[in-house]
Design a protein around this ligand. Structure first.
Ligand SMILES: Cc1ncc(C[n+]2csc(CCOP(=O)(O)OP(=O)(O)O)c2C)c(N)n1
Ligand SMILES: [Mg+2]
Length: 380
């Protein structure tokens, strides 16, 4: 399956650390991830995926694969465009984590909502914002989904029920809780998915939101994309309890731990949580253990992790695992895979052309989209 190759990485050698005192210290490897446990989990998940593949219709399986491939190829091209200087500002890639957005968002109805952090390209694409509009937004062009004024971190489309794209770590958690409150208040059965990284769990906003959501029974599914790093800091150095799913106990909330490299495992856990939320407004916390293959952002020198660690996770590339399994179980053949790749590549190429030819936002656009509901015809 040569088409689904892993994006090459360039991790650097781990340097000596300079302590606050100025003394050079030997870096202690604090990677406490147990490789045996992970291998066992992976073997288990790989075997389990077989049953899940059999239980899922072919159309869904192919759609999930195509969406993951789209995110991967889209971001590979975005990274190239960034290096060429066509994209400015911050840009956080999702490569390696595709199974999380694709699996979980497949559990939603079109009228449900999703909010996420600045690592938002994948979620936006799956929520139905076109590659053209996402790429143009990265380019800061008028044809972008946020009219070129949001950039990579602030993709947004209210019509598609994708409410951002948020740059403040954890900022979307109370917002999503508010959206869930609003849908309950209006007596709809819509569900809100709220994504955040594991570093956001250390924010007070996370705890306040979960407490309120459980107390008031708000239909929100909190999905922690635990990629094990907050910028260059391993979660084991920043969290006293790094099993995020266990934090739900403090709020008497349902929770699950899921392998984020298995798109179908993520889908199934989310389907269960969405059903709870839709049926009786019960919120849930899902910890999805995943890994980003690229740096935190485009400017990450990658000094904080080893090549061996990255390679370990690249062996579990969610696209490769799923693609290989689909071939093994006869869901698609090489020609089918090539067709998906060709279609995706054509879409991404078109998005680059669209972004290139889209105009810059007009200067008067500085004064639009500032207030959601400007007070018009106000009697004074
Ligand atoms: C309130 C706040 N503090 C700090 C930052 C700087 N910052 C940006 S990303 C980040 C790490 C977040 O890591 P995590 O939540 O695990 O998400 P990931 O980047 O791994 O997806 C930090 C500290 C910020 N944007 N907002
Ligand atoms: Mg993280």
């Amino acid at each position: 399956m040569s088409e689904l190759k892993v994006t090459p990485m360039k991790p650097r050698a781990r340097p000596a650390a300079v302590a606050a005192t100025g003394v050079v210290e030997e870096v202690v490897d604090k990677d406490r991830i147990n490789p045996d446990e992970l291998r066992e989990e992976h073997r288990h998940r790989r075997n389990e995926q077989k049953g899940r593949i059999e239980a899922t219709d072919r159309e869904t399986l192919l759609r999930l694969l195509q969406q993951m491939v789209l995110i991967r190829r889209f971001e590979e091209k975005a990274a190239e465009a960034y290096t060429l200087g066509k994209i400015g500002g911050f840009c956080h890639l999702y490569i390696g984590q595709e199974a999380v957005a694709v699996g979980s968002l497949s559990a939603l109805r079109p009228d449900d909502y999703a909010l996420t952090s600045y690592r938002d390209h994948g979620h936006a694409l799956v929520m139905g914002i076109s590659p053209d509009e996402v790429m143009a937004e990265l380019y800061g062009k008028a044809g972008g989904c946020s009219a070129g004024k949001g950039g990579s971190m602030h993709l947004f489309d209210a019509d598609k029920h994708f409410l951002g794209g948020h740059g403040i770590v954890g900022g979307q958690i109370p917002l999503a809780t508010g959206v869930a409150f609003a849908t309950k208040y209006r007596q709809t059965d819509q569900v809100t998915l709220c994504y955040f990284g594991e570093a956001a769990v250390n924010q007070g906003a996370f705890h306040e939101s979960l407490n309120m959501a459980q107390l008031w029974k708000l239909p929100c599914v909190y999905i922690c994309e635990n990629n094990q790093y907050g910028m260059g800091t391993s979660l084991t150095r920043a969290m006293s309890l790094s099993d995020v799913s266990r934090k739900a106990v403090g709020y008497d909330m349902e929770s699950e731990f899921v392998d984020g490299m298995d798109v179908l495992a993520v889908r199934e856990a989310t389907l269960r949580a969405v059903e709870r939320a839709r049926k009786d407004y019960s919120p849930s916390l899902i910890e999805v253990r995943t890994y980003r293959f690229m740096g935190h952002s485009m400017s990450d020198p990658g000094h904080y992790r080893t090549r061996a660690e990255i390679e370990k996770y690249q062996e579990r590339d969610p696209i490769k695992v799923f693609g290989d399994n689909l071939r093994e179980y006869g869901v698609l053949d090489d020609a089918g895979l090539r067709e998906i790749e060709d279609r995706v590549r054509a879409d991404v190429e078109r998005s680059l052309k669209f972004a290139d030819s889209s105009p810059e936002p007009a200067p008067e656009e500085l004064y639009t989209h500032i207030y959601a509901n400007p007070i018009q015809n106000k009697k004074s």
